[in-house]
Ligand binder design. Structure first.
Ligand code: C2O
Ligand code: CU
Ligand code: CU
Length: 539
């Protein structure tokens, strides 16, 4: 895979001064009617254990040495509740870590001080439809939306981020993102490494110009393939480096990148010991030579530095994999289109751990972690008739179930409340002569004309309750799949699953407790904004 920097230079110089303010496409003028629903207000009957104010507004933060970067960011203020609810991350544009406990009742007063519409979504949390950050509830500048919900989730790491239709990618890119950590009794009883021995990593990629300002480059290719930045940020800073003691740590990782998929591996070949995924702990630790982490997914890792010499270091890398971008005539398209110096799928460091002090009291890895009630296909309401999420892709037309995002709910997207459903996620069969794009989508003809066949991996995310992965079947035998297939951890509870071309992923998904409309979409945010999003109606 060759490095491509020619286009980057040209891009940087052509953008010039305009780059000082991030060049973003105009938002909000899309096909969807702009609904005006009065922002939800606080209710008197809701007894909040935690009450906080969350503000989204422009600001600045250091990313590189020198001038600060203009960003949009979350800031929070605790009005009532435990003092450790908010942990701000020093020198970072990221929102504070929000710490909640299962069973707590949470009120969040979201104030929009951005120059455009905004709504925040609590990725992975099982909350009522009104509290889920549906794009229909986006509020205008100056307005406040009050969320009230109970934490029903298991302990785990979750993610808050914007969700206004057609503006999610740009708002996240400008800096609006944060981690949430839920704990519960079951997890606390394990005594996993905590305090200074628990590290949270929010991983993103960004491109900055010479004046340290964000560039959201890539034009039409960015919409098609997603944005790939040329620097990796951990918790909002580049060149992440941590001093650790020679003992075990708990490392909690959230991929908050717009599109970039990571293949986590330790540089010395040590396997990755996985404690948990999106929806919390696994039943028991599992090891993998590497672990894939797509946008929206989380990973809980036992990072053991015990027995390592003071002065040694261990690097967490993203290692090489294939199929990160579609191919054309055998060549990866990235080379011709991306200004990135860090091509997706290449090998690069994410964070370096320097063993700085010796200790002898490292905790032992627990043999078992948690109980997960396994659902069975026989228990599903639609056994024998699985529902489908069909991925179809053509240039500028990435769709789910053959439709862009709209208000119509198709019969296969409606489910009775309190039911368990089997859903198969797969790539739609080509109906014409050209791979996945025959006859599909608004721009199908254009794609045909360009002689392109797209075949990308898509991280499919479903709002609402966490699901279980039943099977992951793969037809074919390409080297691209061989380079990722050992990196999936499918045994835990999930809200996002990476689906490769040729794969059919079967999930069991509960639709419990709450009626209403819940989104499902590709978590490559550029795809989501392009319309690779639909809704389930729970009735
Ligand atoms: Cu993290 Cu609907 O998204
Ligand atoms: Cu979500
Ligand atoms: Cu996608």
């Amino acid at each position: 895979m060759q490095r491509v920097s020619f286009s980057r230079r040209r891009f940087l110089s052509s953008v010039g001064a305009a780059a000082a303010s991030l060049a973003v496409p105009s938002t909000g003028g899309g096909a969807m009617s702009m609904k005006r629903i009065a922002p939800n207000r606080a209710s008197d009957s809701f007894r909040a254990d935690v009450d906080l104010e969350l503000v989204a507004k422009p600001g600045s933060a250091p990313i590189l040495p020198g001038r600060e970067t203009n960003v949009w960011r979350y800031s929070a203020r605790l009005l009532a509740g435990p003092a450790d609810t908010l942990t701000s991350i020093a020198d970072s544009f990221l929102g504070p870590i929000l710490r909640f406990t299962k069973g707590q009742k949470i009120r969040i007063r979201l104030r929009n001080e951005l120059p455009e519409r905004h709504i925040t979504h609590w990725h992975g949390l099982h909350v009522p439809a009104l509290m889920d950050g549906h794009p229909d509830y986006a509020i205008d500048p100056g307005e406040t939306f009050v969320y009230e919900f109970e934490i029903r989730n298991r302990a785990g790491m979750y993610f808050y981020h914007p969700h206004p239709h057609e503006a999610t990618a740009t708002q996240v890119y400008r800096g609006l993102a944060g981690a949430m950590i839920v704990d519960d009794d079951e997890e606390r009883a394990l005594g996993l490494p905590s305090g200074e021995f628990e590290l949270s990593f929010v991983i993103q990629d960004r491109t900055l110009n010479d004046a340290n300002q964000l560039i959201y480059g890539g034009g039409m290719h960015r919409s098609m393939f997603g944005f790939y930045g040329e620097r990796i940020l951990v918790n909002g800073r580049t060149d992440a480096r941590f001093e650790v003691a020679s003992r075990a740590y708990r490392l909690r990782v959230l991929n908050a990148s717009n599109a970039r998929i990571y293949k986590f591996a330790w540089d010395d070949g040590t396997p990755i010991t996985v404690l948990g995924v999106d929806g919390g702990l696994l039943e028991a630790p599992e090891t993998r030579p590497y672990v894939m982490l797509a946008p929206g997914e989380r990973l809980d890792v036992w990072a053991d530095f015990s027995g390592r010499a003071v002065g040694s270091k261990l690097t967490l890398r993203s290692s090489r994999f294939y199929g990160a971008l579609p191919r054309m005539g055998g060549h990866m398209m990235g080379g011709m289109m991306m200004e990135s110096d860090l091509p997706p799928g290449s090998d690069y460091p994410i964070a370096v751990f320097d063993v700085a002090r010796a200790v002898n009291d490292s905790p032992a890895l627990p043999r078992s972690l948690a109980k997960i009630a396994r659902w069975r296909e026989e228990d599903a309401a639609n056994v024998g008739h699985p529902a489908a999420i069909e991925i179809s892709e053509a240039p500028m037309s990435m769709l789910l179930n053959g439709q862009p995002y709209d208000d119509d709910i198709q019969p296969g997207e409606r489910f009775p409340v309190d039911s368990l459903q089997i859903i198969d996620i797969f790539r739609a069969r080509a109906s014409g002569g050209m791979g996945g794009m025959g006859g599909m989508g608004r721009m199908g003809m254009m794609g045909r004309g360009m002689g392109m066949m797209l075949s990308m991996r898509h991280p499919i995310h479903l709002h609402g309750q966490q699901f279980q992965i039943v099977t992951r079947a793969f037809e074919g035998g390409d080297e691209a799949y061989a380079s990722v297939r050992d990196g999936f951890v499918d045994s835990g509870l999930k809200d996002t699953v990476l689906v490769s071309p040729g794969e059919r992923v079967r999930i069991l998904k509960p639709f419990g407790d709450f009626k209403g409309r819940f989104m499902f979409h590709c978590h490559i945010l550029e795809h989501e904004d392009m319309g690779m999003m639909r809704q389930f109606s729970v009735e």
